[in-house]
Write a protein that binds this ligand. Structure first.
Ligand code: MRU
Length: 321
């Protein structure tokens, strides 16, 4: 299976995540402007994949730009919440004085590490899920997309499903559709279908009811930024999911590479939360669904306090706040 994001022939090559599942198409991004636009439109998305985009963006800047530092800043701030984006930019920028080949080499190392570290993190998390959840096979609940498409390859939270599936331990995955941009219904469902894993899509509002009916053994989510105390910023709706899981005694496991940890933040209160375009809510498939002039509250992420989380798991094992 090809990487979600890679470098080929002088371009950043991404699987266009705005087109899936209807169309599988690749985009070749040759300028910093094209890359920044792709990040903002969520053609490439998911914290680890954004880390890769940040590093490869610096390669583009080093090759094409008159002011690499200004372009690096544009890339790093294209979206504010996932710490991986700025982390990827910074890591590549450290090689700038050694020339563009050194920057590319560093970016490619970052990509390879991302695949490997997510595999390890999700393997660690699979062991924790098995220890926390006695039922076999398991019924897992997923929010947003934390699969291959959100990383360079393999996936974080959905990576746990791949590990458990190999051992015949997955009964089904309940997929939150993930309003308003449907990363669950479009992307996670597509990945599960490709892998022949049984799944059902549900509206986000059905998650608590599914737990109340005893349909969920474990909630698995990814992360966009993890504060030093273990608070987790992730796709909007994650916080509510964690409250419902706590209420129903369902383990709530967060899986991420350690590049998502931001030790400069003592708590999740300091995370910058992206607010997105009103039309994501006032329109549905291009058709207006709210009265003219409707105002919206459209945060892309929320922060789940660490007390609600069973385990935050990285490639190093359980994250210690
Ligand atoms: O707005 P998105 O689609 O970039 O949000 C993605 C998420 O919230 C994911 O859960 C997170 O980045 C972890 S992906 C392994």
């Amino acid at each position: 299976m090809r990487r979600t994001i890679d470098w080929a022939d002088g371009a950043v090559v991404i699987i266009d995540q705005t087109a899936l599942p209807g169309e599988y198409r690749l985009l070749h991004l040759r300028t910093v402007g094209e890359l920044v636009d792709a990040i903002k439109r969520l053609a490439v998305r998911g914290a680890p994949a954004l880390g890769a985009a940040g590093a490869l963006g610096v390669v583009l800047a080093a090759r094409t730009s008159e002011n690499v530092h200004a372009d690096a800043e544009l890339i790093a701030t294209a979206r504010p919440t996932a710490v991986n984006l700025a982390w990827g930019v910074e890591r590549a920028m450290k090689k700038l004085d050694q020339g563009e080949d050194a920057v590319l080499e560093e970016a490619l190392v970052l990509l390879a590490e991302d695949e490997e570290l997510n595999k390890v993190a999700s393997k660690n998390a699979a062991a924790i899920v098995l220890a926390e959840c006695p039922r076999r096979p398991l019924r897992l609940l997923s929010h947003c997309n934390a699969g291959r498409l959100a990383t360079v390859g393999w996936g974080s939270a959905l990576g746990v499903v791949w590990h458990l599936r190999e051992r015949g331990l997955v009964e089904e995955v309940l997929v939150d559709e993930t309003r308003p941009l449907l990363q669950g219904a479009r992307l996670t469902a597509w990945e599960l279908a490709q892998a022949n894993v049984p799944y059902r899509v549900q509206p986000d509002g059905a998650a608590a009811a599914a737990m109340a009916r005893g349909m969920v053994d474990c909630v698995l989510v990814g992360a966009d930024r993890i504060a030093a105390n273990g608070d987790v910023a992730n796709k909007i709706g994650t916080y509510g999911l964690a409250i419902a899981a706590k209420h129903h005694g369902v383990p709530f496991v967060v899986v991420a590479p350690s590049s998502t940890v931001d030790r400069t933040l003592a708590t999740g209160a300091g995370v910058a939360i992206e607010e997105r375009d009103a039309r994501e809510l006032t329109e549905y498939a291009g058709v207006r669904v709210t009265p003219p002039g409707t105002q919206v509250f459209n945060p892309a992420f929320d922060v789940t306090p660490h007390e609600l989380i069973t385990a935050v798991v990285t490639e190093h094992g359980r994250f210690a706040p």
